[in-house]
Design a protein around this ligand. Structure first.
Ligand code: NAP
Length: 246
């Protein structure tokens, strides 16, 4: 129960990787705030967290909207009396080769994946700074390190998130707040299930461990970075990719 008496907020915590992170932190004692765009999956995950005996709050939030994220942090602190861990996990893809990519496809991905993390972090660190304690974990991606054809918008957002992580780490290190990122490889969620089978098989052949990662593989890394065992680690990018990029 390493997160007993801690409150963790996970954006996009209703499904996929975010759901696994929410369940992992709850299983280790944290009360959980899930912030999702649509309430359906969030409600189901919230029920599972309640069954673990934790308190849970499911909020409808668009991370791209600064007013939503400000209210999200206020609601979390009002409900549970604090906010100790923020996981910026909400993310989308709108893949297309650069020459065909629309301005809307560029803007929507940058707004959710990068501005979303900015909005949530800025709202949360105001509270964390006063408490002189905080753990922020950003969910980046392997393609923020390597690039990927068809993902100019997505890879730019994730590379930007890595730069953002390092700056937040430097600005808030003296206030007891750490900020780290994880860079997952290809993880078995709705995001990658949308790929054609042939493309998935081709990708798997490039993974030394010869399998896609699971959401739980990512949740383990996040739980470590959010814990006091990682209190002297900040500005780090932890690859969780089965050896695909090293
Ligand atoms: P997913 O299954 O598609 O889930 C995405 C989550 O983000 C959903 O809960 C969704 O909420 C939420 N979301 C989307 N837009 C939002 C917004 N504007 N405001 C609030 N919540 C929003 O994706 P995933 O595979 O679990 O990915 C989670 C994170 O890991 C993303 O940042 C992704 O880029 C990153 N990642 C994934 C992989 C992979 O292979 N899957 C690899 C590297 C990195 P709704 O359900 O309400 O739409």
């Amino acid at each position: 129960m390493i997160f007993k008496d801690r409150v963790a907020l996970i954006t996009g915590g209703g499904r996929g990787i975010g759901r696994a992170i929410a369940l992992k932190l709850a299983a280790k004692g944290a009360d959980i705030v899930i912030a999702d765009l649509t309430p359906d999956a969030a409600g189901q995950t919230a029920k599972e967290i309640e069954l673990l005996g934790r308190r849970v709050l499911a909020l409808k939030v668009d991370v791209g909207c600064a007013d939503d994220t400000q209210k999200m942090v206020e609601d979390a602190v009002d409900a549970f009396g604090g906010l100790h861990i923020l996981v910026n996990n909400a993310g989308i893809t709108r893949d297309r080769l650069l020459l065909r990519m629309s301005e809307e496809e560029w803007d929507s991905v940058l707004t959710v994946n990068l501005k979303g993390a900015f909005n949530c972090t800025r709202a949360a660190v105001r509270h964390m700074s006063r408490e002189r304690y905080g753990r922020i974990v950003n969910i980046a991606s392997i393609v923020g390190l390597t690039g990927n054809p068809g993902q100019a918008n997505y890879s730019a957002s994730k590379a930007g998130l890595i730069g953002f992580t390092k700056t937040v780490a430097r600005e808030f290190a003296a206030r007891g707040i750490t900020c780290n990122a994880v860079a997952p490889g290809f993880i078995d969620t709705a995001m990658t299930q949308a790929m054609p089978e042939r493309a998935r098989n081709a990708l798997t052949s490039h993974i030394p461990m010869a399998r896609l990662g699971t959401p739980e593989d990512v949740a383990e890394g996040v739980a470590f970075l959010a814990s006091d065992a990682a209190s002297y680690i900040t500005g780090h990018v932890l690859s969780i990719n089965g050896g695909m990029f090293m």
